[in-house]
Ligand binder design. Structure first.
Ligand code: AHM
Ligand code: MG
Length: 337
């Protein structure tokens, strides 16, 4: 029988390699894994909503059912608080940062950014959704109350980032800056098991992922790139395949493994794009780069952008190196006309 490495074993093995590590980061990741399992359990029951009760309606025990994205948010926040390693959270679900102001948490070294349930409009139709997260070391002194500046750091300062995909199986994929590793949840033992060690994305691919319904509103460079993807050129494998789920985690995960490009550009109606820098683009960009891919806003490396606010949006281009280089050529050429 093959040796199984669980997420917790893996985290401990990584920690042993860093002599000065105190175990704090490992503890934090352990709690992220627990939160992911709890959310997974509820996501799996989503189709039973008519039997168990809808959000806002009391179930037979007299408890009110929660919306899944609210549940995911509260579950992650509770686990992060319980870890004692995290002093504050920025979440898509909360307008302001959530500060943990207890003695234990004030000593926490890390702040956590997350989209607790991304692509949540896909829940009702049983399509893959995800949790996206990133972890910074705080800037404020340990022991003090955390503040907004702890979050306003470039993605290049990230200590770790990852996502959970609730799909045909549930996976947790993360990087701590030395490669990307993927763990699949084995429901029979309730553990995330290392299934995709040291993920490297292909240098090129044949998949492009973009919401083509917005075509008319795209910048001209993006329109021209889409036409390029659709042209026939046997040598370069074109026409490429169009795949768009509408869940960032699922679209990115497929392209990461198979090779491809994901684009959510600025549009006339959304001049700064739709996706959020802190808890959608930065974590995905960190993973993309660690796997050998690239991530930009069309001009700048995502991880070099200095955030000005926690819910800031940016145009987002990420994927295989050669495809990213090609779309960048299109953007540069047509922006300069
Ligand atoms: P959400 O955070 O409100 O769920 O929205 C983010 C999602 C991403 O997962 C996905 O890539 C994108 O929005 C899809 O947007 P669109 O429907 O405009 O193509
Ligand atoms: Mg989102």
């Amino acid at each position: 029988m093959n040796k199984v490495t669980t997420l917790n074993q893996f985290i401990i093995e990584q920690q042993i390699r860093v002599p000065q590590a105190t175990g704090g980061f490992s503890g934090l990741l352990h709690h992220v894994g627990i939160a992911a399992k709890k959310v997974n359990r509820e996501v799996n029951k989503a189709g039973l909503v008519d039997i168990l009760g809808r959000a806002g309606v009391e179930n037979i025990q007299g408890e009110e059912q929660q919306k899944l994205d609210v549940y995911a948010n509260e579950t992650f926040i509770a686990e992060l608080k319980a870890s004692g390693e995290c002093c504050a959270v920025a979440s898509e679900e909360n307008q302001d940062i959530v500060i943990f102001d207890e003695d234990l948490s004030r000593d926490g070294k890390y702040v956590f950014c997350m989209d607790p349930l991304d692509g949540s409009s896909n829940i009702d139709v049983n399509v893959s959704i995800g949790t996206i997260f990133s972890i910074y070391r705080r800037k404020s002194p340990i022991g003090e109350v955390a503040n907004l500046d702890d979050f306003l750091q470039k993605g290049s300062q990230l200590v770790a980032a990852g996502y959970v995909i609730y799909g045909s199986s549930t996976m947790l994929v993360y990087t701590a800056g030395n490669g990307v590793n993927g763990f699949t949840l084995d429901p029979s033992i309730g553990e995330f098991c290392l299934s995709h060690p040291n993920i490297k994305t292909p240098a090129s691919g044949t998949i492009y992922s973009i919401n083509e319904g917005n075509y008319e509103k795209f910048p001209v460079g993006v329109k021209k790139y889409i036409k390029y993807c659709q042209e026939t050129d046997k040598k370069s494998g074109r026409p490429y395949t169009s795949r768009y789920i509408g869940s960032l985690v699922a679209d990115f995960h497929r392209n990461l493994l198979k090779g491809g490009i994901f684009v959510y550009p600025e549009t006339k109606s959304h001049p700064t794009g739709k996706l959020r820098l802190l808890y959608e683009c930065n974590p995905i960009a960190f993973i993309a780069e660690q796997a050998g891919g690239l991530a930009t806003d069309g001009e700048r490396r995502i991880l070099d952008i200095m955030p000005e606010s926690i819910h800031q949006r940016v145009p987002f281009y990420t994927g295989s190196r050669d495809m990213m280089k090609k779309i960048t050529e299109f953007l540069q050429f047509f922006n300069n006309i």
